[in-house]
Design a protein around this ligand. Structure first.
Ligand SMILES: Cc1cc2nc3c(=O)[nH]c(=O)nc-3n(C[C@H](O)[C@H](O)[C@H](O)COP(=O)(O)OP(=O)(O)OC[C@H]3O[C@@H](n4cnc5c(N)ncnc54)[C@H](O)[C@@H]3O)c2cc1C
Length: 356
């Protein structure tokens, strides 16, 4: 029996797969595209609005993108590269809105100013140097800097009012920063894909096996409701399975997966839905993590717009689980251990344990 064939197959219905599928469908509408998601809807894992901070990462507020060089100057290359990439994302979403493939932008992106906020003389000096290094670049020309208590209280009333330690403080502001609801964006892009003749979106369908064949890849799909299986072939395969990508790559026998392990440190938030407090803070505020600390430990206080309602998120705090996905199995981590990834896994565990 002839197996069903698709040119491009994307595993996972998060923001990565729907974005790639949308790009391919625009660049070459002659390609058939199939996107497969095991859950009953798109974006139920990391891309869900409550599972990330929704920052449109543009390098405006993230201090870990602008480290201090050995000579005391501030390196801005990474912030510039990230900003350019985010600008391309904005242009891509704009083009889809203009073509009627995405609805009005307020359904997935809002203007929320981006701030970096620091305390202590050394951090204030660093922030001033960072501002000087960035402000001449056209992409960062709108960035403002202040060490004045009155300006900081005006910009960030909630943070300024509740400070218990009165050290010198400083902040930068980029008024045109953004809050992105990646969950809503993913579902809107998925809906748009499903309306195109050359695209198929299969929900409730799990990829359970991958094999390389002469012309490309052969996949076994399982209907999660009926357990019925189906075999599909494709020429190009994208594994956008988030945390569950590693077991799929191991199953496919992809050589490059050797030596990689998954160490599932999750991000947990304190969420505040109090309307009064939310109305006093309209900002994404990123502060300074200790030198050498991973990006995960950068503390931030974020305005979020989810389901049309403003909320505040504070965190992230690290959690540890042996599941690779929120809806995964406790056996994910032990089942992924191989002789070749045991050493890297133990190294990562030792290095990251203090985070939790
Ligand atoms: C605490 C935290 C804060 C973050 N904050 C931000 C932020 O502010 N801004 C930002 O840009 N990013 C942020 N991120 C990162 C961002 O959320 C992720 O990079 C992004 O959502 C990853 O999308 P994805 O499509 O790769 O994975 P996911 O959204 O996890 O999607 C993977 C999908 O694959 C499916 N799947 C898995 N296995 C199979 C299978 N075998 N068959 C079929 N389907 C399968 C899953 O069900 C899931 O739906 C944050 C992440 C964390 C943890």
């Amino acid at each position: 029996m002839a197996k069903e064939h698709t040119d491009v197959l994307l595993i996972g219905g998060g923001v990565m797969s729907v974005t790639l599928a949308s790009l391919i469908s625009r660049l070459d509408p002659s390609r058939t595209i199939t996107l497969v998601e095991q859950a009953s809807q798109l974006a139920t894992e990391s891309s869900d609005a409550w599972n990330n901070a929704g920052t449109g990462h543009a390098g405006y507020c993230e201090l870990n993108y602008t480290p201090t060089n050995a000579d005391g100057t501030v390196s801005i290359d990474r912030a510039l590269a990230i900003n350019e990439r985010f600008e391309v994302s904005l242009q891509f979403w704009c083009s889809l809105v203009e073509k009627g493939l995405l609805p009005e932008p307020a359904r997935f992106i809002r203007n929320v100013p981006h701030f970096s906020w620091v305390q202590g003389a050394d951090h204030c000096r660093y922030l001033r140097h960072r501002h000087v290094a960035l402000q001449d670049h056209p992409l960062f020309g709108a960035m403002e800097f202040s060490e004045q208590a009155a300006t900081l209280a005006d910009w960030l009333p909630l943070i300024s009012r509740n400070r218990s330690v009165f050290e010198p403080a400083a902040a930068t502001r980029v008024a045109h920063g953004s809050d992105v609801n990646f969950g809503a964006l993913t579902r809107l892009l998925g809906r748009s894909l499903a309306r195109q003749d050359q695209c198929r979106v299969h929900l409730g369908t799990q990829v359970c096996d991958i094999r390389r064949d002469k012309a490309g890849w052969e996949l076994t799909l399982r209907d999660t409701a009926t357990s019925a299986t189906q075999v599909l072939t494709c020429s190009f395969l994208f594994v956008g399975a988030g945390g569950a990508s590693l077991p799929l790559l191991q199953r496919a026998g992809v050589r490059e997966a050797r030596g990689y392990g998954g160490f599932p440190v999750s991000g947990l938030w304190l969420a505040c839905n109090d309307d009064q407090l939310a109305s006093e803070h309209n900002a994404k505020v990123y502060s300074q993590a200790p030198v050498g600390a991973p990006p995960m430990s950068v503390p931030h206080l974020d305005t979020r717009f989810i389901d049309g309602k403003a909320a505040l998120l504070f965190g992230p705090f690290a959690g540890f689980t042996t599941r690779f996905l929120k809806h995964g199995s406790r056996l994910d981590l032990p089942a992924s251990v191989r002789p070749h990834n045991l050493r890297p896994l133990l190294d990562v565990a030792a290095g990251n344990w203090p985070l939790t």
